[in-house]
Design a protein. Structure first.
Length: 176
């Protein structure tokens, strides 16, 4: 088992929005999700405040790293997710909000929910009925049950099934 699978995810769903929302103004901004490019790697480093080594994740041949950006502004990455398409579901290895979207001074809410909804959407596109799994930090199991409709499979394994996946997709991708 590699290091990222052992740690468990600890993202927080701050708010389920239909895009991402500016914390101060309440304005909503439409988003785009696309594959992270090698040219993006220099901006998502630990030196720039990111917690995970996204360069290593990017190099893993069985995973794809996706970036969330505001439509029309693809240079500023709002969050990242690393996904692996398995035989019957999509597995979320890592998810991280941009450093400026964390903590009390975050700029936007809805980033993590948007990325999870995308994982569900990808699962449907690959014929897996929206099923997504991930390892959770044990203290966040209940949070993911409440916010994402995920269920606790055992240990730290969380699963989002079709019904909950559809709710997330309809929330974030209703116009796309």
């Amino acid at each position: 088992m590699n290091k990222s699978e052992e740690i468990g995810l600890d993202f927080t769903i701050d708010k389920l929005t239909n895009s991402i929302e500016n914390v101060i103004t309440g304005d909503s901004f439409q988003t785009e999700i696309s594959i992270l490019q090698s040219s993006d790697l220099k901006s998502v480093t630990k030196k720039n405040g990111w917690l995970f080594n996204w360069s290593e994740e990017f190099k893993n041949p069985i995973r794809d790293v996706y970036k969330l950006t505001i439509s029309g502004n693809s240079k500023i990455i709002q969050g990242l997710v690393s996904l692996e398409v398995k035989a019957d579901h999509v597995y979320m290895h890592l998810l991280e909000n941009a450093p400026f979207n964390k903590g009390e001074r975050k700029v936007y809410v809805g980033v993590a929910g948007n990325l999870v909804a995308y994982a569900c959407k990808l699962s449907f596109q690959r014929g897996h009925d929206g099923n997504v799994s991930f390892l959770s930090k044990s203290q966040l199991v209940e949070h993911y049950e409440k916010t994402l409709g995920a269920f606790h499979f055992g240990g730290r394994i969380m699963i989002i099934e079709t019904k909950s996946a559809l709710k997330l997709i309809n929330k974030y991708f209703q116009n796309k």
